[in-house]
Structure formats: C-alpha cells, structure tokens
Design a protein around this ligand. Structure first.
Ligand SMILES: [Zn+2]
Ligand SMILES: [Zn+2]
Length: 346
C-alpha cells in the first residue's frame, strides 16, 4: 500500500509540476498559437472567397446554388472543423498514460513481442522487470518491460519531466511534456502530433489536400472561360493559382508521406533522426522495427485515438537482425494478420 501511495504522490507531483510549467506559458506563445489559427482560416476565406468574387456565377446559377457548390462548401467546412478538431486534440502525453496505467485499466501493452522476449530471456537473464527495486513502481515495471533487458533506466528517464518514457516517446519542448509515439510538433496546429492524434492529423491532411485540388480546378475553369474581363481579374486568378498549386504540391506530398508512415508504423521523428534514436541505431534502414504488416499497422493507426494507450516494446536485436537478413520489404507490404506470420491479432 505504501508503494502505491508513493507512486500516487509522485504522479501527482509530476503532474502538478507540468501543470505549473504549462500555466507559465508566455502570452507570446499563446498569441503565436492563435495567430497561426487565424491565419489559416483567413487563407481559406481569401482563396475560396476570391474565386466566387471573380466569378459569381460559380456560386449562383439560375437563382440557385449548383449541387457541386454545396458539396464544395461542405468540404470546406469539414476541412476547417477537422483542423480545429485536430488542433485541440491531445497527442497522448506520457503523464496521462502513466496515471491511467497506474489505475490498471486503460493501458494496452502490445504483448506479442514482449511475450517472445520474456520467454527467450527465461533462464537467468535478469531484465529490469526482475530487479527487486523495480517493484516499487507499477509504471516503472510497465516501461522497463518494454525496453530491451539490460538497458539503464537513465536512458529512458526524461530529464525535463523526470518520468519514465515508454519506447517511441520524446519530450516536446514546445508543449513541455513527454509525448507518446512522438511524430512532430505542428506549428500550424499549435499542438504535437503523437499516438492519439496522428490519425486525425492524416484526415486533416487528406481534407486539406482535397479542398486545395478542387479550388485549383475552379481557378482553371475561371481562366479558361472565353469571356472578356478586366486584366486585374486575370492577374489575381493566376497569382492565386500559382500559390495554391505550390500549397497543393506540399500538402499532397505530406499526405503521401504520412500514409507511408501509417502503413509502416513509423513516425516522422524516427525516420528523420534514425541515426540518433538509440533503438534504431545500427540497423538497416529497410527494417521497420514496429511494423506488424499493413493491415495491422493501419488498424492500430485508426484505433490509436481510442481510450487505451498502445505501448509497444522494442523488438530484440536478434529479431531485427533476422528481419534485416530475410526480406525486409515483406515487412512493409505483407499483412501478417492475413498471411499468418504472427499470432498477434487482437
Ligand atoms: Zn519530458
Ligand atoms: Zn509539442
């Protein structure tokens, strides 16, 4: 009981400390978050409003709104709603998983690799989980079981929050918290993208890419009309078209990139800083350590916003070497659930 009480005190202290630091967030940071949101909404109003100002026929035809205009405006509204839905979502903070994990009901640990590792390490190979001192904390046990045996707790203790980080977590200096399955901190959304909101972010990218493509088509349609009009209208339409095309290319590539990350169960941080991430260092770039096949990766990606937290163990060095030696690309394209390579289906 005493250890449980100590843990509760520790969680509360850490949570209070983080809350204090958050409340100290400067007005300048809050203003920059707001200015990014206002700017994004304004950009939509400007680019979409301009096309309807240039050609009011696109909005009203024969005293009625064409059906495609209704769909277009509905898509625009959905994009803005999804933007705010993502901007105000939680990326999945370690401190929250720690609290829920302590309550023993909300943390889901992907046990497949863990069971394999524990069965192979039986017979005297003492991992952190078997260290008597580790029993003092339930969260410590959860986290230490997820890391390869023999790694020091210093390697996975956040020096800023002073809490134990599960694999794939990283401290975000903008949010001043540790984020589970950290992808990146998005300045446009003013929030981190992590385990809990990566899927929402992907949907936002898809909607934003679609509305950009549709708006480009409208500008093309306007410029192709052989109606004599003022030179400044042509100039504005061409300028908007060039800017929109650049935005679309960027969004489209970003959408493809995050689809690839979802299919291979990777994050932007892991891909960009592969050589700096301790558990990825030294392995072929073709090996995706956390990939369970496309179907399962996508299933977990879509399910990640649900209440529980998916904490994934780091596969053993032996397993990663085997994958690198066989057919690493199979990991990416084959579905282990469907092809029976694994018994890790829920
Ligand atoms: Zn931290
Ligand atoms: Zn952040």
């Amino acid at each position: 009981m005493a250890t449980a009480d100590n843990l509760c005190v520790r969680i509360r202290d850490t949570h209070d400390r983080i809350s204090d630091r958050c409340s100290e967030m400067s007005d300048r940071e809050k203003k920059s978050k707001w200015s990014a949101k206002v700017m994004l909404v304004l950009l939509h109003v400007i680019f979409v409003g301009l096309i309807f100002v240039l050609d009011p026929d696109l909005l009203w035809k024969n005293n009625g709104m064409p059906w495609w205009t209704i769909i277009y405006l509905a898509l625009l509204l959905a994009t803005i709603v999804q933007y705010f839905y993502t901007a105000y979502s939680q990326p999945g903070f370690v401190i929250d998983a720690m609290r829920d994990g302590n309550e023993m009901h909300a943390t889901f640990v992907n046990t497949h690799n863990l069971q394999k590792r524990q069965s192979s390490s039986r017979g005297g190979n003492l991992g952190q989980s078997e260290n008597p001192n580790s029993n003092s904390s339930h969260w410590f046990k959860i986290v230490s079981d997820l890391h390869p045996p023999g790694t020091s707790e210093r390697e996975w203790t956040c020096p800023y929050c002073n809490i134990y980080q599960p694999p794939r977590s990283k401290h975000c200096h903008e949010c001043d918290k540790c984020v589970l399955q950290f992808d990146h901190h998005c300045v446009w959304l003013g929030t981190c993208i992590g385990l809990k909101n990566h899927c929402r972010f992907w949907w936002y990218l898809l909607l934003q890419t679609s509305i950009s493509a549709w708006t480009i088509i409208l500008y093309f349609y306007f410029l192709r009309q052989k109606i004599p009009m003022a030179w400044w209208k042509d100039f504005l339409a061409i300028l908007a078209l060039v800017i929109l095309t650049l935005i679309f290319i960027f969004l489209f590539l970003l959408c493809i990139f995050h689809s690839y990350l979802a299919m291979t169960n990777q994050t932007t941080y892991e891909l960009a800083r592969r050589r700096r991430v301790p558990y990825l260092r030294g392995f072929s770039e073709k090996v995706q350590p956390f990939s369970q096949g496309i179907c399962r990766n996508l299933y977990m990606f879509c399910l990640s916003s649900k209440k529980s937290y998916l904490l994934e163990p780091i596969p053993s060095a032996e397993e990663l070497q085997n994958r690198a030696a066989s057919h690493p690309w199979l990991d990416c394209i084959m579905c282990k659930c469907c092809f029976g390579f694994s018994n890790s289906c829920l």
